[in-house]
Design a protein around this ligand. Structure first.
Ligand code: SF4
Length: 443
């Protein structure tokens, strides 16, 4: 039996898919490279942003065709599109069964350990009992896509209720993984060759494990960062996502102190307008965001700051949108993940606010932010001209090797050598474009 997993959305979903892969492999499924060859297709969905649900529902017809050709084919859905638990068609009442009659089962990612039992019913696979020994989601050894840059979940769920977001309903409340277990996984990955650790969770600053040191003056997340920094072989730590209301000074103080804290922080602001932030229920102000950026820049003057912006949120007036534009320019935010607001059923915004900004205006605002970001990013990248940067190579294709520098910028150089993947290579930059640096290898 062959499986195909399609993952949408954030790092958390990619990390979840790595754990799902391990479970399927233990059940005897073999990976295939296209969904039309699979006997099992699983979509790991994201519905934080616009059109994500539509993309999934648009697959209904192609899946019906595939099922005609392959009667064994089963289709499962997980991720943020799931609202009502885990189960197979007829047993579980999730709305997705009504909207897609080709779907056979759904599961919340925290119920991953129920998947073997579901597949025993649907595909008569064996091995479900053996897989039960994995106990729970966090204990699964992930099948990582790129061993040098690993994604490690430290928590799941969210206790915030941002008005536009479905995650707290889809994933439930925050649940933190123990520090000892995370450390064990990091050490194991480091021995296999990991160099960069990406810690993932919906709100990493509120990480609250059972085994944090109660006497420490530092937050548990800071304690965790210190321990990971001390793991031999780990040179870069990144983390996603930080909530501006919960970011603490003790984390900021680690920049410049710990060797593996890279000069890059993703700090999602969502809007540059206090009135929009209030409607979004984000519970901080633009001033708080600016204060955090300023503190980070005091620690690391050239740090790269990236953010998320939603344009066209309920009632967003032109002046409110312009506050977002000005924030990006004034604070020199060099990477913005911009999205057009769209209503998600079940969220506070859908229940209480009107999605009243037209699609044309949302599109215009999306394009404007993208243009401004290009300028800011281009300007930021000029600082690397003539300098030597350290590239952690991720890919070799079309005559170039490329990978990220600590500031989270892609840098490429001429090479056809696939053995460079996973290696640090020093590159002297001679071109600094909007999205990419380019240069020559130096000894
Ligand atoms: S912090 Fe807000 S946006 Fe992030 S996952 Fe939680 S509810 Fe969603």
């Amino acid at each position: 039996m062959k499986y195909f997993i399609q993952t949408y959305g954030c790092q958390m979903n990619y990390s979840d898919s790595e754990r799902l892969t391990t479970v399927l492999k233990k059940l005897g499924y073999k990976e295939c490279d296209h969904y039309n060859k699979a006997d099992l297709i699983i979509l790991n969905t994201c519905s934080v942003k616009q059109n994500a649900d539509n993309r999934i529902y648009g697959l209904g017809e192609p899946f019906a065709e595939l099922k005609k050709k392959n009667p064994k084919l089963k289709i499962g859905i997980t991720g943020c599109a799931i609202r009502k638990g885990t189960g197979i068609r007829g047993e579980c009442k999730d709305q997705i069964f009504r909207r897609m009659d080709t779907v056979d089962f759904v599961f919340r990612i925290k119920d991953l350990m129920q998947v073997p039992e579901i597949l025993r019913k649907l595909h008569h696979v064996e091995g479900a009992d053996e897989v039960k020994d994995l106990l729970n989601y966090f204990h699964i050894d992930p099948t990582v896509a790129n061993i040098t840059q690993v994604f490690i979940p430290i928590m799941s769920g969210c206790n915030n209720f941002c008005a536009y977001c479905i995650v707290p309903y889809a994933r439930g409340r925050e649940e933190s993984r123990s520090m000892s277990e995370i450390l064990e996984e990091v050490e194991k990955m480091a021995k296999r060759g990991a160099k960069e650790v990406n810690l993932v969770g919906q709100n990493v600053n509120t990480y609250k494990p059972s085994d944090a040191s109660p006497d420490s003056k530092e937050t548990p997340f800071t304690q965790l960062l210190r321990k990971i920094d001390a793991v031999q072989g780990i040179d870069r730590i990144r983390f996603y996502t930080v909530h501006p209301k919960d970011m603490t000074d003790d984390v900021i103080n680690l920049y410049g102190e710990l060797k593996s804290m890279v000069p890059h922080l993703h700090l999602p602001v969502q809007s540059g307008s206090n009135s929009v932030l209030k409607r979004m229920n984000r519970l901080y102000t633009v001033e708080r965001f600016k204060e955090l950026v300023s503190k980070m820049r005091k620690k690391m003057p050239n740090i790269s700051i990236s953010t998320d912006i939603i344009v066209g949120f309920c009632g967003e007036a032109e002046e409110e949108f312009m506050e977002s534009v000005n924030l990006i320019k004034d604070e020199k935010i060099d990477l913005v993940y911009v999205s057009k607001y769209s209503e998600r059923p079940g969220t506070l915004a859908q229940k209480e606010l009107e999605d009243d900004v037209s699609d044309d205006v949302k599109k215009e605002r999306f394009e404007k932010i993208t243009e401004i970001m290009k300028d800011v990013s281009h300007e930021y990248n000029q600082q690397f001209l003539g300098k030597t940067v350290q590239v952690l190579v991720e890919k070799v294709a079309k005559g170039y090797a490329s990978g990220k520098i600590p500031e989270y910028k892609m840098c490429r150089f001429k090479s056809d050598d696939p053995s460079l993947i996973g290696e640090y290579i020093n590159v002297k930059v001679d071109k600094a474009m909007e999205w990419c640096l380019e240069g020559d290898v130096v000894a």
